[in-house]
Design a protein around this ligand. Sequence first.
Ligand SMILES: Cc1cc2nc3c(=O)[nH]c(=O)nc-3n(C[C@H](O)[C@H](O)[C@H](O)COP(=O)(O)OP(=O)(O)OC[C@H]3O[C@@H](n4cnc5c(N)ncnc54)[C@H](O)[C@@H]3O)c2cc1C
Length: 456
Amino acid sequence: MPKLDADVVVVGAGVAGLCCAAQLVAEGVSAAVVCETPEVGWALRSAQLGTRSKGFVQHPIFQPGLNGGSWFSAARIVNAPVSFHVSPPMHILNKATGARAELRAAPSASAILDVLAPLVPFPLDELRADLERVLNVALRMSWEDLAALQRTPLTHWVAEQGGDQTLTMIMCVLAANLTETTPQVAAEHVSVYGMMGMLRGLVSGEAFVTAPSPDPWEGLLVPLGRGLDAAGCPVRRGARVEQLIVEDGRAAGVALRGGDEVRGRAVALAVGNPRIPGLLGPLASEVAAPLDYANQLLGHDACTYSLLDKPVVPLQNMTMVADAAGSNLAYLFPMQAIAPDSTEEGRWLLAAQAQFSKEAYAEIGGHDGAVKHLLDLQEDMFPGFHDATVDRTEMTHKHHWLNPLTHGPKLPPQSSEVPGLYFAGDGSTPILGIGVEGAGQAGAIRARQIAADLRG
Ligand SMILES: Cc1cc2nc3c(=O)[nH]c(=O)nc-3n(C[C@H](O)[C@H](O)[C@H](O)COP(=O)(O)OP(=O)(O)OC[C@H]3O[C@@H](n4cnc5c(N)ncnc54)[C@H](O)[C@@H]3O)c2cc1C
């Protein structure tokens, strides 16, 4: 029998894989991480401009209400020297009217509606009591009870709570804003967990948007990766997995490009949905159904990072720009204000981001059209923006980050066909937390389960 490299082989060095590995370390189970890129956390890496300015739009979400949260706990387990700034509250700006609202932490339905009312394009008065009643039901639940509603469509649940069609429509408009989709997508796909998790996280103050320190380029995950190495959990960088190894019907490790193997008693895949089919043989329905569903909702995201030599952008907060109907046009991130240490002196760094469905991305003209949309919006809002730009870079990504917020099928925690194979990344279930925190929770929850299974 080939020698084992570790009890558990973790594939993927995003936040899910690293939190999975750290939790395995805490459980006393040996793990090895396989990372295909030169360094861990590649999907969260920031852009470098000028001599030392660093822009990013992926801000690790911190949910202290979840026992400190997954990545926070992982940093403790491996003693990683990383800290973070909590960004100032986000602003929502209606571009048509100039109305601006600050997302203050609002614990109750009445407080939430006071915060959001200036942005709703019609009066809420007649519906307000009913809306507050329904919102308060979900606001009072524990996160675990809310997570149990991950397969319940929002629209069904609102009806169960006695909400009529108009109330359902308003909830879908709110859900669309929170999940950066359209009311139609929200009505068809968003779960109670998706809508209320985002509302409680981002509007109710149960999750904070953070900027990692001391080095925004290294961010959160590079120190976690080094911490794992030091804790005896090797991270094998620049190693791409080609295929899962199955022996006697069980997962026994992974084969790498170039011919090497990494062997273990269990394999945790934390690679994100799109990469899973390439690693497995013909797909069983437990895997095929969630991946087909996820592909329907494949999103595209475009970002521009512009380094300016004049202060033509008078923003001090992360700002969501909405159109007259309240729909999201873009997010703007004035890096020098929200991420200390990110921007060299005498410069201003503005990151901008917009999300598109597959259809909207094709319609706008793909990468070039999406970038133009963002740059035109910034020049329109901040005259002189183009002239003040001394350096610029752009990124577009395909993404499935809506998956955890939908009620469609998700990857199971472990394969029922291949014992020893676990799914530990974004898009797997059970779910807890949102965004980066949610992916980290998937890894950490799965690590506890694997450790219990290995102990027998
Ligand atoms: C543009 C954008 C902005 C976002 N902004 C935020 C934000 O502000 N806040 C927030 O909380 N969340 C944000 N998110 C969501 C967040 O980034 C994800 O939820 C999270 O990164 C998912 O983590 P993961 O570890 O599951 O997957 P990933 O980060 O995708 O990690 C998967 C890893 O697996 C590796 N891998 C894949 N295949 C193989 C293979 N064959 N061999 C070896 N390795 C492999 C990949 O290289 C990758 O490193 C954003 C996402 C995007 C795309």
